[in-house]
Write a protein that binds this ligand. Sequence first.
Ligand code: FAD
Ligand code: FES
Length: 1238
Amino acid sequence: MISTYEPASKKIRHYSANACLLPICSLYGAAVTTVEGVGSTKTRVHPVQERLAKCHGSQCGFCTPGMVMSIYTLLRNHPEPTSEQMIAALAGNLCRCTGYRPILDACKTFCKVRSSDDRNSRLLFSTDEFQPLDPTQELIFPPELMRMAENQPKRTLSFHGERMTWISPVSLDELLDLKASYPKAPLLVGNTSVGPEMKFRGVFHPIVIAPARIPDLNVVKCLDDGLTLGAACSLSVVKDILTNAVVEFPEEKTKVFSAVLQQLRTLAGEQIRNMASLGGNIVSRKSTSDLNPILAASNCMLNLASRGRKRQIPLRDIFADGVGNNTITPEEILVSVHIPYSRKGEYVSAFRQAPRRENALPVTNAGMRVLFEEGTDTIKDLSIFYGGAVSTTVCAKQTCRTLIGRHWNKQMLDEACRLVLKEIALPGSDSGEKVDYKKTLIVSFFYRFFLEVSQSLKTMDPCHYPGIPMEYRSVLQDFKTKMPQSIQIYQDIEPSQSPQDPVGRPVMHQSGIKHATGEAVYVDDLPSVDGELFLAVVTSSRAHAKIVSIDTSEALKGPGVFDIITAHDVPATNEFYYSDDPEIIFARNKVICVGQIVCAVVADSDDHAKQAAAKVKIEYEVLEPVILTIAEAIQHNSFFEPKRKLEQGNVDRAFETVDNIIEGEIHIGGQEHFYIETQSVLVVPKGEDKEMDVYVSTQHPAIIQVIQTASLGVPANRIMCHVKRVGGAFGGKLLKAGLLASVAAVAANKTSRAVRLILSRGDDMLITGGRHPFIGKYKVNEEDLNVHLEEVAEVSLLKMDNAYKIPNLRCRAYACKTNLPSNTAFRGFGFPQSALVTETWITGVADKVGLSPEKIREINMYKENEQTHFKQKLDPQNLIRCWNECMEKSAYYSRKTAVNEFNKQNYWKKKGIAIVPMKFPFGLGTRYLSQAAALVHIYTDGSVLLTHGGIEMGQGIHTKMIQVASRELNIPMSCIHFCETSTTTVPNACASVGSAGTDVNGMAVKDACQTLMKRLQPIINKNPKGTWNDWIKEAFEQSVSLSATGYFRGYNENMDWEKGEGQPFTYFLYGAACSEVEINCLTGDHKNIRTDIVMDIGCSINPAVDIGQIEGAFVQGIGLYTMEELKYSPEGVLYTRGPDQYKIPAVCDIPEQFSVSLLSSSQNPYAIYASKGIGEAGLFLGCSVFFALRDAVTRVRNERGLKKTFALNSPLTAEQIRASCTDDFTEMVIGRWRGGSV
Ligand SMILES: Cc1cc2nc3c(=O)[nH]c(=O)nc-3n(C[C@H](O)[C@H](O)[C@H](O)COP(=O)(O)OP(=O)(O)OC[C@H]3O[C@@H](n4cnc5c(N)ncnc54)[C@H](O)[C@@H]3O)c2cc1C
Ligand code: FES
């Protein structure tokens, strides 16, 4: 939080900001509050920190300080905020773990009004424990800064760094002189445009001029014909001013203001709007500017100045040549912007469509204004500007000119669409952005404007103007984000359970408070080690090529560069075999994907290492073939072995005897893990016997140790891996973490120095690979579900049945070998893809036979005494219970009727609803992969140190393990401490994967504790009234060992692929989810209205943690199935390498009503305390949103009489939804439109 004091008004302004874009020089005279300043465990934990933790709003904790700061800043400005303010404050924060619901629960406790639904819900926390928020207890603005601002005359400031100079003048004249002297120097205000260019695109500015302190650039003037706002006003300030103006002035005058506000509400997040300036947005002339189209269309004026010259030009002029690159000279600066009042008979609107509703750059946007001859619908003036179409804002000049004098009617609309499509020529797309979608939006936005104005004309003169049909009106309202309401239902504790026994209770994450105070330590928080070096990797820029040469000469000359590490420096093996194909540490002779590590630079700072890495030159000779897609892999017969097949019944005969066969395919895109903590490792050579301490963010320390010992050629007993906690992993911190740790270890070995490697987000996304993309092909006989499937991932075969008995089934899996970074484990591992294929053909069958999908699902769901297609028995009772309960809790049938009713009454908006069942198999396929061990020490003061092989990555495993130990040892959780997972305490631990962490480590912890209790029992029996400490003291004095290991052999799982049968899973989790959505057929946008989940997870050890896992996974599933899109260049370069291009769900994406119920009275004999492993299963339920969207699209298509069969792929983005809702506008774009009225 930045706080500044304005002496003239004597006001203090507090605002949140993105630390990574905030230039330190801009903070002169400002107070900065970080999460550590808000509160700490050493002084006082702030109510925001306390409530976030206690409401379970923190899992891995990596996003938590950011959340704290956003909420805290809001509360400093509004101690009793509305829920709208709260939601807006969090729009710019991302969390990958929680699904936001618990974070919002914490937020709600500060809001003025709480909804009745929430009060009725059974909370997972007790508000009685919360400290009150007392604004008088907050840190005050430092008086010395206040005195400085009041007493010191403002003077020019200059700061000189190693390569840059920052000059901050205080008067306009001074600024103009500086600009004349340094015409190339950018004016830096918010740094949100220049900053990313310097950070990510290598642009360098030796001098920057910071004009934010100049009064002329901060003016706010209310003139006769409009408002004049200084160019340095932040977008938040602009938003506040316009909001007040809209309240103050009559509506007729404020249509421009309202349209600008419409854009500002969703433009970036609050942190960016607090920094970004109005002038910066305009002058950058980015195609994605949301302000320029509306400001240009509204006849805004720019007040420009240069030395000795002032002038005013219409903003539209800066786009007059269509590319927006002249008009403002390099010496000129923008002083202020004049936004005019609207006039009588004038209508103004702004539109945008982005990959995510909030905090995402637009795909296309528009600003439109029409002025009519007084009292008529004859167009006197028309302005249409678009953004996102070409490299800058463009004007549909010709179109507007042609339409002047025309009436506002359907003929005008037809012609406008035709003209505008002709005039706005979109270049072919190279960044994967579909041109057809943009074109469709261009005409759809105009149509929406047409509807809006037509309706306004009716309001003005209902006798002359009919307005628009009732069923069209809802499309005039954009979707808005509301504070979600949520319900969580979980089991009651047996009355007989001891109050001290924490098992089954919603206990807070053990690190929750530390996450919220910023005290929790991650790898990059570890203090620097003496002589430590930083490592930056150099990766391949070719997908398949021979390395001809590596020229490191320039890089080695860089400041602070210590060495460059290549394959030649690997002391032992450069290849690691986990399966048949090796993982390579450094590419030696050839590269097989873009992003493969070729070499690495070690330097004295992270910056120096990165700068030098950019100077390494690699010459390549391209090799053929370059295989980038599944289709190309099939074409080149490029597969991994073995190919797998499972079969039951007699598929061939079944197909011979029927007429109705459905065939189809679905493409499912990959998914980036987007753990908020990127891959991180610190390797510290200990100086003797080749020992090394490795601090690493991984979910599998043992594999790190194995890979390192192989690459360094040392025994495993020299490599000590330590993992305190991981800032999110989701399957992405296994093998790739091992390779990266080996890169750092080879560097540490060569330099004999500690080496730290923290991947940037861009490198992380480029290098690590994510979830496997998938093509599912199916052929189904609709009469009795005979299926033949060809799928491309082995494990998915075992799970492809989802919840259904398929009597005659043949399925094959092929894993494709491509020239993209190899994919890896990701929550659900194959199941989310193969079960989506199944649900797709289930829906296809429903369409074909004219039954509802839920009927087909019900008919084919597993019944008692049935077996899976690999002959494993299962008891589907709880599957059916989950389904029925979900039906009931969601009031499915009555809501379906309501959806039908809504759809009858609305043409351009449609709702959809879907309910999907789930059978999620638990198991890792063989016994040894689920073995686990624990080590428990009791110290003589009675305190207990617990460790086990599981990794804390947000899923609360340590909290649960302490709950287990607390029950077994019969002592409070506060007596038990968990320090770290380490290869020195628990050797050869299996990976924390496959939802198995709690199951297997829980068994081991229980075993260790029971061993200890057995040893203590004689002492307890002798002194039953004694205390824990008495017994421990006595045990020590009797020489009873107070340390024990515990062990769990693993589950007896097996699979015989030859026979196609086995018991690869130990048990099944069941669930069902019902989701309802609403789509906007003109843009493809959608809103998640409601989701009800019922899940069978046995007896929950910690319902807060488990519900958190279900909700977090579900929201990740929404991301997978509806939003997250990886895009590659034709050469195999990943385009989507950061949060600006790759959109994970944000607060605006979670259902407005979100309920999770845990199935009551469910027991699981196979796992600790009858629980079930819950980490992954919820993700698949995100597909209920996919199918609800499909339902909405189907209803659109049915109403329009469109072809019944249609294919939808995953992710089901706005682009696909828009394309599937075929109408005159989509037809115009693809050239099939034969004219007529739209
Ligand atoms: C995460 C993120 C999300 C974003 N989302 C959106 C979005 O959804 N929609 C959208 O429209 N924009 C979005 N933006 C862009 C943002 O709005 C602009 O970057 C911002 O308005 C630029 O203002 P600034 O003060 O930060 O510019 P700076 O980076 O400080 O400067 C930008 C450029 O403008 C010039 N300049 C600045 N002021 C003047 C002046 N007074 N006279 C002459 N030249 C000047 C500078 O010389 C420089 O070249 C986003 C940016 C980020 C980082
Ligand atoms: S808790 Fe939010 S990212 Fe992990």
